[in-house]
Design a protein around this ligand. Sequence first.
Ligand SMILES: [Zn+2]
Length: 121
Amino acid sequence: MTEPAKSGRGVNFAAAATGRCPICGKGKLFKSFLKVAGQCSNCGTDFKAADTGDGPVVFVILIAGFATCFGMLYAFLNYNWPGWVHLVVWPLVACALSLGLMQPLKGLMVASQLKNRVRDR
Ligand SMILES: [Zn+2]
């Protein structure tokens, strides 16, 4: 029988989505754009145990891919844009959405790992 997940300590998902420590809400979660800091500069929470790997990328692909494809299809059916406009606009939209979603989703996944006490074994 597996041990039930303990969620005793509070985890602030809004702080994690904005790049701050999910435990104290003050320290920095990232040391660069996508590099998670080793520990919180304010409360010392160890972030190394909450390695997300490629997890956030899956959600970025699904969300940005759906939004881009929906927008492209909608524009194609409702506006008479020339083909080259579609070829310029939608790759830029996909890149902007991917870059914009990457850090918040990675922060949310680190917070989720901390809340569920995930450890490498
Ligand atoms: Zn902290």
